[in-house]
Design a protein around this ligand. Sequence first.
Ligand SMILES: [Zn+2]
Length: 236
Amino acid sequence: MSALLCLTYDDALPVHRELVAPALAARGLRGTFYAPAAAGDLHQAVDAWRAVAAAGHELGNHTCWHPCRLRPGSAYVPAYQLQDYTHRRIRDELRLANQVLTLVDGQTQRSYAATCHDTTIGPDPGASFFAEMAELFPIVRAGHAQAPSAGPMPFITPAFSADRRSAAEVIAAAEQMRGVADAWLVVLMHGVGEGTHNHHMAAEEHARLIDWLAEQSGWLAGVTLCEAARRRGVQA
Ligand SMILES: [Zn+2]
């Protein structure tokens, strides 16, 4: 039984379908791409995104309009704010996003990555929409992890951020899984390469990471988050 590394990429950027997904597949790796259902590139390049899914990658739910909580003092002001959402509205948006992605990939199950790691709606401090997530998804990625875990995955699974990190830093985290048969680590990033997103991993560092991962196939598998949840099981 292999340790599992889930490479996850947020926000349906052109670089994901143009470079990342083919590079992963060429190395026998599969990734998860969190695509907001209203993302322009998903619609402008739907055939290319369909090819990403057909290559075995996961198209993950990332809402439709990427709502986040407004954080006073933060430079980022989301156009759609979870403070304004009701349980009905978030459920409708998550369901519609699933339906749109099903039109693209034909899949009926996918994981969810919480936008801005937020899992609450309504006026501060907010109410959890755990029940809506539990109804719609086998597993959710939200929050930050600094190290791998082992055994079943929590329904709300944290991720190790690779944005602005070197391959060596991500590999050092992954190496902690060596010899731990039921270990897993979820890695998240946005862009790959300068100019692809404010938050990104340098292209040569990403290439170094996936080359390394492909060489570890004897003990470490690069799989989608949905597949990891299936293999490890999810704690209720
Ligand atoms: Zn996002």
